[in-house]
Design a protein around this ligand. Structure first.
Ligand SMILES: [Zn+2]
Length: 398
């Protein structure tokens, strides 16, 4: 797609607008982007010609003739998302509009000496297995821990024994594809920006519960990463200096109380049934075991107080709760709700807390969203790798 830099920027802005707000009419786009209707008509005609946009339904407009809306073409591109955990990898193949085309799970040991080669090998075999169309725009990788920069991808994860691991560099060299690496909770927030809360909110908080506890802060439409990409380590909020030892080395962190291991330790201390796994403990609670119910309610209360602190500091419009732990949310809620509301600043006590359904592939879908969000990110957060993703999208459309 030849054109001036200004034209390219404007095309990106149109894609960004549709990627974040969903389908719009040409006049709505002109208004949102402060462009002339003639410019929008010309550029959208090109984008339709390149297979990136399509005409959708007619929507009645007030007083005028029905306006035809334009939307993104779902199969203009695809991305692979990879979630790295302490014992396995989850890989998903996702279309531009978020539809999952396939998923894979393989055992993985991040502490092995050749862990990066294994990771690259697993991704490479999936890249070889998927069809050539729609075009693969890149690979997104979600990891627990800190990532210096999405487009560089140097990772530090104490629980894996990873210190400045060159994940992005190694994968790019092996795959010869754009690779974006991000903290896994921030990757979920990127997916929320693209397909979820980001369409209606510019300030929101994502909280995850499960094996670990995490948070991502979306402020003014952008994910807040901090100086070293380590922002949002909510699980290591100090709760009680006399509390249990945490995986980070400190004592009494939030995660040490309400992460999976902390829940099970609390259940054993109370002599509950079903302390082999959180799912077993939840079954005991659902069957009416009062001690098991108490463990979840107490964890909910600890989480609620901590969440109130975070909401008071950040002032989001909404809190979204995600993670494998949300399957047991009805057990957490009786402790969480009163503890949260009691500690909130008075004008924020009504803040909505929305718990989303969760699947095994959700983390990896978040990682794919890092790549899929790039063509729509007019601010260019993904740097040089983002430019390469956009170039692949445009090249494929020609
Ligand atoms: Zn900790």
């Amino acid at each position: 797609m030849a054109g001036t830099d200004r034209g390219d920027l404007t095309r990106t802005a149109i894609l960004a607008l549709l990627g974040t707000l969903g389908p719009l009419s040409r006049s709505e786009m002109a208004r949102e982007l402060d462009l002339s209707p003639a410019t929008v008509t010309q550029l959208t005609k090109e984008l339709i010609g390149h297979g990136m946009l399509e005409e959708l339904d007619h929507r009645p407009s007030r007083g005028g003739r029905p306006a035809r809306r334009l939307g993104l073409v779902g199969d203009a591109g695809r991305a692979l998302g990879v979630k790295v955990t302490a014992d396995h990898l989850v890989l998903v193949d996702v279309r531009l509009d978020g539809e999952v085309l396939g998923s894979w799970q393989v055992p993985y040991d991040p502490a092995a000496p050749d862990a990066l080669d294994h990771l690259a090998g697993a991704v490479e075999s999936v890249v070889r297995a998927i069809p050539e169309a729609p075009p693969l725009l890149g690979v997104g990788v979600g990891v627990p821990g800190s990532v210096d920069d999405q487009a560089v991808g140097t990772v530090s994860t104490p629980t894996f024994g990873w210190q400045a691991m060159p994940v992005g560099e190694r994968l790019r060299r092996r795959l010869e594809l754009p690779v974006l690496v991000e903290n896994d909770v921030n990757a979920l927030a990127a997916a929320e920006r693209l397909y979820g809360r980001g369409r209606t909110h510019r300030d929101f908080l994502v909280m995850t519960i499960g094996r670990g506890v995490g948070a991502a802060i979306v402020a003014d439409g952008r994910i807040y990463r901090g100086a070293r990409g380590g922002a949002g380590e909510f699980g290591h909020l100090p709760v009680d200096p006399g509390g249990p030892r945490c995986g980070c080395g400190a004592r009494g962190c939030l995660e040490a109380f309400v992460g999976s291991a902390g829940l099970l330790a609390a259940a054993r201390a109370r002599g509950c049934a079903g302390t082999g796994s959180v799912a077993g403990l939840a079954r005991a609670a659902e069957a009416g075991d009062p001690a098991a119910r108490e463990v979840f309610a107490e964890a909910g209360a600890i989480l609620g107080r901590a969440a109130a602190g975070l909401v008071n500091v950040v002032d989001p419009e909404v809190v979204v709760v995600l993670g494998e732990g949300t399957a047991g949310w009805p057990l957490w809620r009786p402790g969480f709700e009163p503890a949260l509301r009691a500690q909130l600043y008075p004008d924020r006590r009504g803040i909505p807390v929305e718990v989303e359904s969760w699947g095994d592939t959700s983390w990896a879908q978040g990682a794919a969203a890092l790549v899929l969000a790039t063509p729509f990110d007019a601010a260019g957060a993904a740097g040089e790798q983002g430019r390469l993703v956009r170039a692949r999208l445009i090249e494929a459309a020609l």
